[in-house]
Design a protein around this ligand. Structure first.
Ligand SMILES: [Zn+2]
Length: 268
């Protein structure tokens, strides 16, 4: 069993990309960095792209060489990333830059996955159905005032993200799938997942169809088009939180039996 992998990552129009994507022969990961709200002191001199770039490099080096549990890999990567700015920044500040993590590692028989905070992993079955694996704690906070979100971050009863607390890794949603049961798999930042959960343009299966037939870039193009059409009224009546535009990343994994299929399957 081998896997065809394709991906796209696109920043918010006019902005820096605070998402990050990295792919190896048998793993893939998506990070979605979080900006500290205006007026909250982070104690860190770095920007969010620094955080996601460093965390991705620490994760990638481990995924290339280690076979430890994904949660152990993430804990150790958070620890190393934190050490990279411990001399210049107050890494004990709870508002230090942070990131979601969604990753998968696969071989011929199993797909291991881990998702922390709101970057979903979408699993397609051979019967055409699909479901999303999510860590939805950020969707159920009692308050979204900046100071309350700050207090809920990386604390029991709140939500967990990759920042400066290695133990956050053990709060992630983890599991293993049988490769034979999976027809396709997507790893998304919420900027791409909003195709389904904000704009309702399809269900998860429809999202996988777009990615498989036209590529991950087409999914993000369609999200951008929907963002342009959303009005202030929509946001008010549906009580939508979050940004009008968001960085968007999408990775598609297609398990392909040895000797079968071609790259055309990815690009339609
Ligand atoms: Zn820093």
């Amino acid at each position: 069993m081998t896997f065809f992998v394709s991906f796209a990552t696109v920043p918010t129009p006019g902005g820096l990309n605070e998402d990050y994507v990295a792919v190896g022969p048998d793993w893939a990961l998506v990070l979605d960095g979080a900006t500290a709200p205006t007026g909250i002191e982070s104690g860190c001199i770095h920007n969010v792209p620094w955080l996601v770039g460093n965390l991705a490099s620490c994760l990638a080096s481990r995924l290339c060489t280690e076979s430890s549990d994904l949660a152990d890999i993430l804990a150790s990567a958070i620890e190393e990333t934190t050490s990279r700015h411990a001399d210049t920044c107050d890494t004990r500040n709870p508002a230090s830059p942070s990131s979601t993590v969604a990753m998968a590692r696969y071989d011929g028989s199993t797909i291991e996955y881990l998702t922390l905070a709101d970057s979903p992993i979408v699993v397609g079955a051979h019967n055409g159905r699909a479901h999303a694996i999510v860590d939805d704690r950020t969707a159920h906070l009692p308050s979204y005032k900046p100071e309350d979100v700050r207090a809920a971050r990386n604390s029991p009863g709140g939500f967990w993200v990759a920042s400066t607390v290695p133990d956050a890794a053990y709060q992630a949603v983890v599991g293993t799938l049988r490769t034979a049961d999976v027809s396709r798999l997507a790893i998304l930042s919420d900027g791409s997942a909003r195709y389904v959960d904000r704009f309702g343009l399809s269900d998860w299966s429809g999202l996988l169809n777009v990615m498989e037939m036209s590529g991950p870039g087409e999914l993000i193009e369609r999200v951008r088009a929907a963002e342009m059409l959303e009005t202030e009224d929509d946001r008010r009546t549906r009580k939508l939180r979050g940004k009008v535009h968001d960085d968007a990343t999408a990775v598609l994994l297609l398990p392909v039996a040895k000797g079968a299929g071609t790259a055309q399957r990815v690009h339609g």
